[in-house]
Design a protein around this ligand. Structure first.
Ligand SMILES: Cc1cc2nc3c(=O)[nH]c(=O)nc-3n(C[C@H](O)[C@H](O)[C@H](O)COP(=O)(O)O)c2cc1C
Length: 206
């Protein structure tokens, strides 16, 4: 064997066996699968908090079903002063709901702070009706009142027709420290659809 051929063979072996140095790119045992499995296990065992605000009961109904499907804790976000029935008139600019939604973004109506063990949950399903395209300000009051930093938060809405995207992106930019997941509009979803939605979030259903 001549010198050139010997050199070539040596380099070939060195590269493909990784000999003579650390192996930074040495294949691990399916690292991606491992981490996926770990993430799934974490979420499957997750303690779910279903926190919601509801004015006329539609969101409450969706929230109650969700909590029932995964043994989650159901929690009503309750304003200190309830919204009167006059707020149902969307066209009346003098209502409290209208004034709050179109007022400064810093508006935070007082809520009852009765949630126990906010720290104990791993994932928050955050439900609310869409008010003038956005989340009602009491939802912001709720997020300000407890520390969900680093926790997964998944918004869900009910609405006349508006989708979730504007409300979700406003929340996401107001609370960038939370780990937001894409939410959904849950009007009229069947139990099977709600189960699939929870499963798509990695939440174990009963
Ligand atoms: C003050 C107010 C504003 C609303 N704004 C919207 C809106 O912008 N888009 C929409 O599709 N529905 C809107 N709705 C309808 C509610 O989002 C819808 O009826 C919702 O399902 C009610 O949920 P709840 O029963 O949990 O309060 C509004 C309702 C109220 C009372």
């Amino acid at each position: 064997m001549n010198l050139k051929l010997s050199l070539f063979l040596f380099c070939f072996m060195a590269v493909f066996t990784g000999c003579g140095k650390d192996q930074p790119y040495a294949p691990q045992e399916n690292p991606q699968e491992d981490s996926q499995e770990e993430a799934q296990t974490q979420v499957k065992d997750a303690k779910v908090l279903v926190a919601f605000f509801s004015f006329t009961g539609t969101t409450k109904s969706a929230a109650t079903k969700l909590a029932g499907l995964n043994d989650g804790t159901l929690y009503l976000i309750e304003p200190e002063t309830p919204y009167g029935s006059e707020n149902s008139n969307h066209y009346d600019k003098s209502t409290r709901a209208y004034q709050e939604q179109y007022g400064p973004a810093s508006v935070r109506p007082a809520i009852k702070k009765t949630l126990k063990d906010a720290d104990g949950c791993d994932i928050v399903l955050l439900g609310f009706p869409v008010w003038y395209g956005k989340a009602p300000r009491v939802v912001f009051s709720f997020l300000d009142s407890y520390s969900f930093k680093g926790k997964t938060v998944v918004p869900f809405i009910t609405s006349g027709s508006t989708g979730i995207s504007s409300a979700a992106s406003e929340l996401k930019s107001a609370y960038p420290d939370l780990s937001w997941k894409t939410g959904d509009r849950l009007n009229d979803k069947s139990t099977e659809q709600l189960k699939s939605w929870l499963e798509s979030l990695g939440i174990k259903v009963k």
